[in-house]
Ligand binder design. Structure first.
Ligand SMILES: Nc1ncnc2c1ncn2[C@@H]1O[C@H](COP(=O)(O)OP(=O)(O)OP(=O)(O)O)[C@@H](O)[C@H]1O
Ligand SMILES: [Mg+2]
Length: 144
């Protein structure tokens, strides 16, 4: 394929701060609005919005902060969630429904059911999570 024939993705990138519940949900809601404008189907938007929101909340609640990036081409959206730590010690456990390390004050806010990561995987066409203690966690979700 010639270079000029490749589809150039629309890229949206957001910084997500640890503990900032005021701004929490902003990245996922902006991405959702853009997809609505672009005419993506409701069912696709729904899966992307859920997966992105769960990833964003995990950055706020469990990480030291990071970024959410959406790469949008027609019919395919790639969401990258990346943070700077602390990393996940046991990924297999973390991926299980109901597993959560969220403390009491976070549970009182309605989070901590341990459903975020399983939901992200269920909403994704391709799901990859890589985590290293002391380095951080990188999640790639391709949703189409
Ligand atoms: N970005 C992250 N950095 C460090 N730990 C994480 C991260 N994301 C998830 N975890 C760990 O994995 C566990 C499971 O995450 P998951 O999103 O499934 O549940 P939760 O956030 O605890 O609850 P819920 O998403 O249902 O509100 C978390 O409790 C936390 O221990
Ligand atoms: Mg979560």
């Amino acid at each position: 394929m010639k270079k000029e024939e490749r589809i150039k993705p629309i890229v949206m990138r957001f910084v997500v701060e640890q503990g900032n519940f005021q701004l929490a949900g902003e990245a996922s809601s902006r991405i959702k609005s853009r997809l609505l404008q672009l005419g993506f189907s409701g069912s696709l938007i729904r899966r992307i919005a859920i997966a992105t929101y769960e990833a964003e909340m995990n950055l706020v609640i469990h990480s030291y902060g990071g970024t959410i990036e959406a790469q949008i081409i027609p019919e395919i959206v790639t969401i990258l969630a990346s943070d700077t730590g602390p990393g996940i010690p046991d990924l297999e456990k973390a991926m299980q429904e109901g597993f959560s390390t969220a403390p009491e004050e976070i549970r009182e806010m309605g989070f901590g059911a341990g459903m975020g990561l399983p939901n992200m995987r269920n909403c994704s066409t391709e799901f990859e999570i890589v985590s290293e203690i002391g380095k951080g966690t990188n999640i790639t979700m391709v949703i189409s």
